[in-house]
Design a binder for this molecule. Structure first.
Ligand code: LLP
Length: 412
């Protein structure tokens, strides 16, 4: 069954009409399907079953605790990139032995937290970080398992803002430096493998194959105790298709073929984020105004780049659907937010029916990098989040109030 579909003219999430949720909880509102989330996890687990990796959900895609709990219950580990994400994963019940920590600018405090929590792997992204970690590990008397995040200098065909594996990128360690670091005698560290993540929305697995050639070439030069390979995330999501295309099987096949030619078995890790959660979510919005702007109907809604940043930041495409199906004529339409910025658009040049104040819309495929990138800009409280599970639903994060905006300010 499709997660989001019209039934008798109303847009549903599983068995719940979305306009009921908009009425009960107000808008902007993020709505997620628990069934779809579990289904996505089952897909990745099945596609990678033969390779048996530790599958770590990339918390940055959506860090709501209820959602993390579902991932935890489904047996996933967690990929975190900050002390805050590590804290959230632990709060959701994650076993530290299933947490990996990447991130290009880890502070001493974050490294200390990772050491104290005795997490599974710390992925180190620079020589400076490795020396700092060695010192801190000695002080705390805990010997962590460490991966070197390599920069393989490859550039898949994806938006330049989500590329991470090209030579100029700030992420990872160049091969030359990595070779130097691997030869060093680390007193307090157990260097045991490598990590790569070459970008997000990787359109096809060819660049993964090219990356594997480079990274496995490096691993072959390392002693057999280097037995771990973390292949990152980046599985693409079909934002412009009705039903999201699942890429796990294609990527797993490429990895399996290449790894079969490696001289020794490796412990694998993957870090899917978007692909597990993007298509579970929709953002519900209410029309505030509609005006004629040249050849377009410009529709202004109650959430914009503050609520969903992706269109403004990456020109990202998200389908827009009215909650009430209609067969009225459609018009070329821009969908704009309420923020005082000219870039505050959620969608441009779409065909939508005539819309007016209080009509409701859904912006689709917004489960990943939606809420997690939302901001308070223009002093707008963050929206609420609701989880639908079949025929029931619950609030999983309450809407912020104006007083929440003042919460941490100190009065003078
Ligand atoms: N592992 C690492 C080390 C990462 O940096 C990322 C994403 C992932 C895994 C998960 O990648 P995914 O499977 O979700 O593609 N805000 C952007 C995406 C930024 C991704 C950053 N790193 C967007 O909305 O498109």
């Amino acid at each position: 069954m499709n997660t989001f579909q019209y039934i008798k003219g109303k847009l549903f999430c599983d068995q719940i009409p979305l306009d009921d949720l908009a009425s009960e909880f107000g808008t902007p509102l993020y709505v997620y399907s628990a069934e779809r989330l579990r289904e996505n996890v089952t897909h990745v687990q099945a596609a990678y079953a033969k390779l048996n990796p530790l599958i770590c959900y990339a918390v940055k895609a959506n860090e709501n605790l209820a959602l993390l709990q579902i991932f935890n219950e489904k047996g996933l580990g967690f990929d975190v990139v900050s002390g805050g994400e590590l804290h959230r994963a632990r709060r959701a019940g994650a076993n530290p032995n299933r947490i990996v920590f990447a991130g290009v600018g880890k502070t001493d405090a974050e490294l200390i937290l990772a050491l104290q929590e005795k997490i599974n792997k710390i992925s180190v992204e620079s020589a400076d970080e490795l020396y700092a970690l060695d010192r801190l590990a000695g002080e705390l008397n805990h010997r962590p398992s460490v991966l070197l995040r390599l920069n393989p200098d490859v550039a898949p065909d994806t938006h330049r803002h989500i590329l991470t594996g090209n030579a100029e990128s700030k992420f990872g360690i160049s091969l030359d430096v990595a070779h130097e670091l691997r030869k060093h005698d680390w007193k307090n560290l157990d260097l045991c493998g490598v990590h790569f993540h070459i970008g997000s929305q990787i359109p096809d697995p060819t660049s993964i194959s090219a990356t594997l050639d480079i990274v496995l070439g490096f691993l072959e030069a390392c002693p057999p105790s280097w037995d771990t390979l973390d292949m990152g995330g980046g599985f693409p999501v079909g934002y412009e298709n009705e039903r999201v295309v699942n890429s796990f099987a294609d990527f797993a096949k490429v990895a399996a073929n290449r790894l079969a030619r490696f001289p020794r078995p490796l412990n694998l890790i993957i870090e899917p984020g978007r692909s597990l959660i993007a298509d579970t979510g929709a953002l519900l919005l209410t029309v505030q105004a509609s005006k004629e702007t040249g050849a377009y109907q410009t529709v202004i809604v109650d959430g914009g780049m503050n609520t969903l940043l992706r269109p403004a930041l990456y020109d990202a495409h998200h389908h827009v659907l009215p909650l009430q199906e209609t067969n009225k004529d459609t018009y070329p339409t821009h969908l704009a937010g309420p923020v005082c910025e000219s870039t505050d658009y959620l969608a441009r040049d779409r065909q939508l029916p005539e819309l007016s104040r209080n009509d409701k819309l859904a912006v689709m495929t917004t489960g990943a990098y939606g809420y997690s990138m939302a901001s308070h800009y223009n002093a707008r409280p963050l929206p609420a989040e609701v989880l639908v599970d079949g025929d029931s639903y619950q609030l999983i994060r309450r809407r912020e109030k104006h007083e929440d905006l003042d919460g941490l300010d100190l009065h003078i």
